[in-house]
Design a protein around this ligand. Sequence first.
Ligand code: AP5
Ligand code: MG
Ligand code: ZN
Length: 214
Amino acid sequence: MDIILLGPPGAGKGTQAQRLEQRHGMRQLSTGDMLRGAVRAGTPVGIKAKAVMDRGELVSDEIVSELIDAELTAMGDDVGAIFDGYPRTAAQASALDEILARHGRSLDHVIELVVDEDALVERITGRFTCANCGAGYHDSFKQPAKPGVCDECGATEFKRRPDDNEETVRTRMVEYRAKTAPILPIYEERGIVSRVDGMQAIDEVTGNIDAVLA
Ligand code: AP5
Ligand code: MG
Ligand code: ZN
């Protein structure tokens, strides 16, 4: 099964994708994570992407579609994919169709996380992740069970994203409204869009997504 999680910055795409990986043995394909990996590694893609990401704008369609194609090739055809933060433009949506067809795959569900934009700035500016395993946390909504210690791996180092400041978040939202929200009708025409209320507690959102996938 291949699915897209669609929603603005802070909607909970990464949080829910990590849970789906654990519950359904699927694989999270986050172009944001891939790009941040490239920035850390200092690859040519990373060097190009860094400034664009720090401004909250979108990197080029070609770059992200190549990253997705390479990941799908590496992971093999028997594991389901959760697309997180991709596609984000009409060009990426048609690139994904072409890439999936080439891999003999197709989309089963597009899950739109419906959220109230005003709440997102707080979600994003409070977010932090484990520096070792990447598990996601939040200052107010999801602290580790033992303060300062990752629930998943026991590490004690955490980090915050450079683009998680209010000004950049606003630009990321403008980009979402202008370029990403308009791709929904492509999938609505195919009858594969389900809406989930992303303002509920994290567990409830997961339950609603499970119901769509069942
Ligand atoms: P990307 O990494 O994809 O960021 P984003 O879309 O802005 O989304 P976020 O990761 O900020 O939010 P999320 O929905 O994953 O929320 P999360 O689960 O963490 O992209 C970053 C940049 O890379 C882009 O700006 C662009 O430059 C570039 N890029 C990436 N992909 C691209 C593409 N395809 N094309 C072009 N450029 C691309 O949740 C947020 C916080 O809220 C967490 O702390 C979490 O614990 C908390 N939370 C989650 N759910 C709940 C809940 N239900 N209740 C309370 N708190 C919650
Ligand atoms: Mg994310
Ligand atoms: Zn960890």
